[in-house]
Design a protein around this ligand. Structure first.
Ligand code: GDP
Ligand code: ZN
Length: 462
């Protein structure tokens, strides 16, 4: 580990590393102008107006070698992302030139930024709260338009406002309780506890509403782990290919792993599905695959959604029956595939294997009959009762969900304490703990280690 001086001037490449047409090297901190001036030939950056773009060249001050032709954005504090002076060098000389520019900045007084350090500074300088910082991370990773909207919305601070309002409510009641305790002549225990109970209910209700969005929020953020299962030849690969086709596929390398570990995502009307074990489903012509029950069992364990494929042109086999039983407790969609062929397996025959109200979906992947209905079904499963427009406030990550649950637990303690006739000042402690937990969500009462750990999950340059 190395020590980091908070507020020294940091530099990093803030666009994805690769052969993109333009990359941006960003500086933030008090020395941004001075350091940039040392390697920039063009106007004196210290003299130009803030929030302007300057044309010029990056030149190595040691050798006078011209490295790249650039556009430099000058943005002075406090109206910047970090609230510090920010310089962005837009270069277009490819990876090599971009790296050289970064090296020059480091040689001329800047320090290499840590992952997430720009966002961390924005937080430490009071420009954003923790939920907004997290939404920056979500934006970087957003897999569908909807996920992007939710993240943007959070970046706007809507979740933070909601949480801050709840904290305000709690603070009011705590202040009132304090008054009642301090002035025993007004002390009416019954009134005080009634007030606490009412407030606990209001806050509890609001937290429950938020938690309802948590499942959807997690799906939007991480993708819904989906397994396609079925015995050989029912049409799994065909379904996979259908899903992967038509701009739906979002193929991502898993960070920090070797190239052969690839996660495949598809975007189904705004629901990102993370397809599990697709390697087992992809075909090779010369190899007869054996994706039997064993393989399915493994995929099933990790699955949040199961697409169980059956061939309706053949009678149920013992293997089909076993898979139907295995998946019964899972969120699943049963697909009766090959409806373009004569029917041997009807919905009625399936009845004993279904749970109440379950509707298998008739489909022909070959003729694409029913495939749109499948997409609608997937969508309906996850957005039932929840509007996901741009204004939806959603809880999108495990940290926020965990803290909301703890806040709710504290409210339960308030209620139980009152029911058990505990003294008001003890009940007050639980109410305060709820207030603290909510504050951790926005970072108003978050410990330092948490903040360090949180920002270290960002990618470099953000
Ligand atoms: P898997 O073994 O479960 O992956 O099944 P495949 O996707 O490889 O499909 C097995 C065979 O069924 C292939 O010849 C497909 O073309 C065919 N098939 C898949 N879906 C349909 C369908 O809806 N109708 C018909 N008639 N054939 C299909
Ligand atoms: Zn197959």
């Amino acid at each position: 580990a190395h020590t980091v001086t908070e507020y020294d001037t940091i530099a990093a490449i803030s666009t994805p590393i690769g052969e993109g047409a333009i990359s941006i090297v960003r500086l933030s901190g008090e020395q941004s102008l001075t350091i940039a001036n040392r390697i920039f030939k063009g106007k004196d950056l210290a003299q130009v107006a803030s929030h302007t773009i300057q044309y010029g060249h990056i030149v190595d001050p040691e050798t006078d070698e011209v490295i790249d032709e650039v556009m430099v954005s000058v943005m002075l504090a406090p109206k910047t992302f970090t609230r510090e002076d920010v310089i962005e060098i837009n270069c277009h000389g490819g990876l090599l030139a971009t790296n050289r520019i970064l090296q020059l900045l480091l040689a001329n007084g800047a320090r290499a930024a840590e992952p997430g350090e720009y966002t961390k500074r924005a937080f430490l300088n009071g420009r954003i709260d923790l939920t907004q910082a997290e939404s920056v991370m979500d934006l970087i990773r957003a897999k569908t338009d909807k996920a992007m909207h939710v993240a943007l919305n959070q970046l706007d601070g809507n979740l933070a406002h909601l949480i801050q309002n709840l904290r305000q409510e709690i603070l009011q009641v705590l202040a009132q309780v304090e008054v009642n305790i301090d002035y025993p002549e007004y002390d009416e225990d019954e009134l005080t506890t009634k007030m606490l109970l009412e407030k606990a209910d209001i806050v509890d209700q609001a937290i429950s509403e938020l938690l309802k969005t948590a499942q959807q929020g997690k799906v939007l953020r991480e993708g819904l782990a989906t397994a396609i299962i079925g015995r050989p030849n029912v049409g799994k690969s065909s379904l996979l290919n259908y899903l992967l086709h038509e701009d739906k596929a979002i193929v991502t390398d898993v960070a920090g792993t070797t190239r052969d570990v690839i996660e495949e995502y598809v975007n189904i009307n705004g629901v990102p599905l993370k397809l599990i074990d697709t390697a087992g489903i992809h075909h090779t012509e010369d190899k007869v695959e054996k994706i039997g029950v064993d393989r399915s069992r493994q995929a099933l364990e990790a699955a949040e959604l199961v697409l169980l494929v059956l061939n309706q042109s053949e009678a149920l086999t013992p293997e089909d029956q076993e898979l139907l039983t295995l998946t019964k407790a899972k969120k699943r969609i049963i697909l009766l595939n090959k409806t373009d062929l004569p029917t041997a397996l009807t919905k009625t025959m399936l009845q004993p294997y279904l749970h109440e109200g379950e509707q298998p979906l008739e489909i022909s992947i070959l003729t694409q009959l029913g495939t749109k209905a499948l997409e609608r079904r997937i969508n309906a499963l996850f957005f039932a009762g929840i509007e996901t427009n741009q204004n939806t406030v959603m809880v999108t990550n495990a940290r926020q969900i965990g803290l909301l649950r703890q806040a709710q637990q504290a409210l339960n303690d308030v209620r139980q304490g009152i029911a058990a006739g505990m003294p008001v000042d003890l009940v007050q402690i639980d109410m305060t703990s709820c207030w603290d937990k909510l504050g951790e969500i926005t970072g108003d009462s978050a410990p330092d280690e948490l903040i360090t750990q949180l920002f270290s999950q960002f990618c470099l340059g953000k």
